[in-house]
Write a protein that binds this ligand. Structure first.
Ligand code: TPP
Ligand code: MG
Length: 508
């Protein structure tokens, strides 16, 4: 990645940046085309998913991030892995379950990450769970003062899951530096968006959480990059999460096994004419950013690189069988060491568990009561004892006959955003924009109801029209009796057992 770290979204892109976008999109496509051939040769282990026609989304969004930022890719985001610096050999070997792969051949497809160097969270799920996870990453970054942005993608289908909504609620309430790309490729397996949600734009869902959102042509890589850059800048300035819906098209079936016969041909034709790489090639030529020689140079470079990487993967061994049962659970294979942010000595015993400075039996009032035997002890336990009298004789404060110093008040520190915001950047405090209902106060609280917005003190909700209770069967009087309103037979003593004999209340 070569873009400048603080470049605003509106700043014109350099030629180098333009060519980078082409390089990564074409690398993404050529790599996947090679994997389709490997799949047909039975060299891919497990499923193979395609991002054909969606390359501008992965590349344009990830290119807007900095090295310190975090991503969590999904099955159609190989382009983002490449932009983050994952070498193509890792993607080949991972899909071929080779011993040289990031997971040593123990997992397939894109199920791998890189927490240490490239800041990639492994794709744990396609269906929304990465949203709360990446919100957590953004929050952790804030606590550690890193001023990072976390970004993940979600499909149109994945945007209807519980995890999607719960995660966005959390991100919004925490004002997390989190960008969500809703990759609307028109299909979730064989279900078109129109049969899944009754709204036109999935970005509209952001309003429900107070999250600003944008809609972008997902086949226009420059538009995608600029929208993502703006969202990332906003997040980094502390202005809370952002959603971008990119409209694009899945140009293959869900995976290799799926010929996508349910997709109307006209739909494929329409989107084929809007292929993101063809459109971008035209854009580069029309704007004189490159010429034929520059294009063939990049294409040849991609071919060369992929030849070497694919050969490495094909020549790599499968994992040795004797390692199959290793690494399933952690058995001391790696050292787990906390990354201490404060001096370890401060947090570990004995400093963290020193003896109490006073004990009840050392209190003068307690001692006095013990001597006189009266109600002094009782009184002492009810009356707070001033610090000076509370200190035992052994306590340094007592020895010097001076009051024990009051504990020092810890001054609130400025938040990480204040500390790390670029000069001139507006810093937004963590104060929520809208007044909040204090904990413990709800619609039943009179003071809460009589707000300026609700002077008549009307309840915020109305009850549903009264229904007859479902506890009774319409034909019969009660479900506790048998079909003809008779007890359910008799027990050995001749008594009806409509109730559990163990429990007179009839509970079980
Ligand atoms: C809990 C669960 N149910 C089902 C699946 C299978 N599955 C994986 S992706 C997917 C469809 C996702 O559609 P969408 O979110 O639109 O993403 P796209 O495939 O179009 O990129 C399904 C049903 C799964 N991985 N996990
Ligand atoms: Mg989809």
């Amino acid at each position: 990645m070569t873009q400048s770290a603080t470049q605003p979204a509106t700043q014109p892109m350099t030629r180098e940046q333009h060519l980078d976008l082409y390089y990564y999109m074409q690398l993404n496509r050529q790599l996947e085309e090679r994997m389709v051939r490997l799949f047909r040769q039975n060299k891919i282990v497990g499923g193979l998913y395609s991002s054909l026609g969606q390359e501008a989304v992965s590349v344009g969004t990830c290119y807007a991030l900095e090295k310190r930022d975090w991503i969590a890719p999904m099955i159609r985001n190989i382009g983002a892995l490449l932009v983050k610096g994952v070498p193509p050999r890792d993607i080949f070997t991972q899909h071929m379950a080779k011993f040289t792969s990031p997971t040593l051949g123990k997992d397939g497809t894109s199920h791998f990450g890189d927490l240490k160097v490239r800041h990639i969270v492994s794709p744990i799920s396609m269906l929304g769970d990465l949203i709360p996870v990446m919100t957590g990453v953004a929050m952790a970054g804030r606590y550690l003062g890193q001023n990072i942005v976390a970004l993940t993608w979600i499909g149109d289908g994945g945007s209807s899951t519980g995890a999607f909504h719960e995660g966005l609620g959390l991100a919004a309430s925490q004002r997390a530096a989190f960008v969500l790309i809703i990759e609307n490729n028109q299909w979730a397996y064989s279900t078109p968006v129109s049969r899944q949600v009754p709204i036109q734009n999935l970005a509209d869902r952001g309003a429900a959480y107070g999250i600003a959102s944008a809609i972008v042509d997902g086949n226009d890589v420059v538009a995608v990059y600029q929208a993502a850059k703006e969202a990332v800048n906003e997040c980094r300035a502390g202005r809370g999460p952002r959603i971008i819906e990119v409209k694009t098209m899945r140009m293959r079936g869900h995976a290799q096994h799926d010929p996508a016969e349910y997709v109307p041909k006209e739909m494929f034709d329409y989107w084929k004419a809007r292929d993101p790489i063809t459109l971008y090639e035209k854009y580069l030529s029309e704007n004189k950013i490159w010429d034929a020689a520059a294009k063939s140079e990049i294409d040849a470079r991609i071919e060369r690189e992929l030849d070497v990487e694919q050969k490495f993967a094909e020549d790599s061994p499968l994992p040795p069988p004797e390692l199959a049962e290793e690494g399933v659970y952690c058995d001391g294979c790696h050292k787990i060491e906390a990354d201490w942010k404060r001096a370890k000595a401060d947090l570990m015993p004995p400093k963290s568990s020193i003896d109490p400075t006073w004990r009840l039996k050392d209190l003068p009032a307690y001692t006095q009561a013990a001597i006189t035997g009266g109600n002094g002890a009782k009184t002492s336990s009810q009356t707070p004892v001033p610090a000076a009298t509370a200190a035992p004789a052994s306590h340094p404060a007592m020895q010097k006959s001076v009051p024990a110093p009051a504990p020092e008040r810890i001054q609130p520190q400025p938040g990480p955003q204040a500390a790390h915001a670029a000069p001139g950047t507006e810093v937004v405090t963590e104060e929520p924009a809208v007044p909040r209902v204090p904990f413990g106060r709800g619609p039943k609280d009179k003071a809460f109801r009589q707000s300026p917005e609700n002077p008549q003190n009307k309840p915020a909700y109305t009850r549903a029209p009264k229904e007859k209770s479902f506890s009774r069967n319409p034909q019969e009087k009660s479900f506790s009796k048998g079909p003809r309103n008779k007890p359910f037979g008799k027990n050995a003593q001749g008594k009806p057992f409509t109730k559990n004999p163990q429990d007179k209340q009839g509970r079980r």
